[in-house]
Write a protein that binds this ligand. Structure first.
Ligand code: 48F
Length: 262
């Protein structure tokens, strides 16, 4: 390696970034599936959809993906995962340690990083710093999302949003269930009751999560903690088997729907 860099002009840097960004955004005006939230459930779903050739866009409010996974339990950087969901982490090349029969430990920083890598390598597009502030609702179906930048949201500026058309939208926004809440709040005639999550009961929360992972309104699926928040399920703390399996389930449900041409 020669330790001498090529000369570079400022305009080359700027025009290179703009050219790539506009090309990417022009290709993001519509997608098969928009997943809102780049936490464990959303990233898992995105990998299993993208590797089957589905055009997937993950929109994440913050500049980094991973959601609630980075900090493990109260800042101790490990999460627990129950069988058979550890098989999903194997698909992402995450290293696991079996601590009890069928119960595994994984380092939370490694999980967050590898979920993102796995999703990107499978072909999912992850856009960070983007907030979903509404949905497109036509003829009793969610058919896309309304987006703005996190910087604009945080500054409180009144700037009109842009949109992304989608065949399916997935609310993977965690405890907030923000997409489902927006739909319910703005469209009272739909009579969508969203009770929010209950207190912590790991076993119950994990099991109900999988039942609650489903299409809650035409075009809108919920997965991850959002699925329990929408149905009044329990929270579960730093046990993540349900999150990964919920992401996998929503991908399978959507693949089935796409196959049927719904
Ligand atoms: O909260 P989060 O990690 O969701 P999850 O996949 O996993 C939950 C676990 O982390 C944990 C748990 C396990 O025991 O309960 O909490 O269900 O990730 C949700 C992501 O969605 C983003 C948010 O920044 C976070 O990274 N998000 C929320 N609302 C929006 C959003 C929005 N309106 N637009 C874009 N991103």
């Amino acid at each position: 390696m020669e330790y001498k860099l090529r000369k570079v002009e400022e305009r080359e840097i700027t025009s290179g970034i703009l050219k790539a960004s506009f090309k990417m955004w022009m290709d993001t005006v519509e997608a098969d599936v928009v997943i809102v939230g780049g936490g464990p459930s959303g990233l898992t779903a995105s990998k299993y959809l993208a590797e089957r050739g589905v055009k997937v866009v993950v929109l994440e409010r913050h500049l980094s993906f991973g959601g609630g996974i980075w900090g493990g339990g109260m800042g101790f950087p490990y999460i627990t995962v129950q069988a058979p969901a550890h098989e999903i982490l194997k698909d992402f090349n995450v290293r696991l340690e079996e601590v009890e029969e069928g119960l595994y430990l994984a380092n939370s920083v490694e999980v967050a990083a590898k979920l993102g890598c796995g999703a990107i390598d499978a072909g999912a597009r992850i856009l960070t710093g983007i907030v979903v502030e509404d949905v497109i609702l036509k003829e009793n179906r969610v058919c896309g999302v309304v987006i703005n930048t996190y910087a604009i949201e945080k500054a409180g500026l009144h700037i009109d949003p842009l949109t992304i058309d989608a065949k399916y939208v997935v609310d993977a926004t965690g405890h907030e269930a923000s997409v489902s809440n927006i739909l319910a709040r703005k469209n009272k005639e739909l009579k969508l009751e969203i009770p929010g999550e209950r207190s912590l009961w790991a076993e119950k929360g994990e099991n109900s999560l999988l039942r609650n992972t489903r299409e809650i309104f035409p075009g809108l699926y919920v997965c991850g903690m959002a699925a329990n928040a929408v149905h009044g399920g329990y929270r579960m703390g730093p046990v993540f088997g349900g999150m990964f399996l919920s992401g996998r389930k929503v991908a399978d449900l959507i693949l089935e729907d796409l196959k049927k041409g719904r």
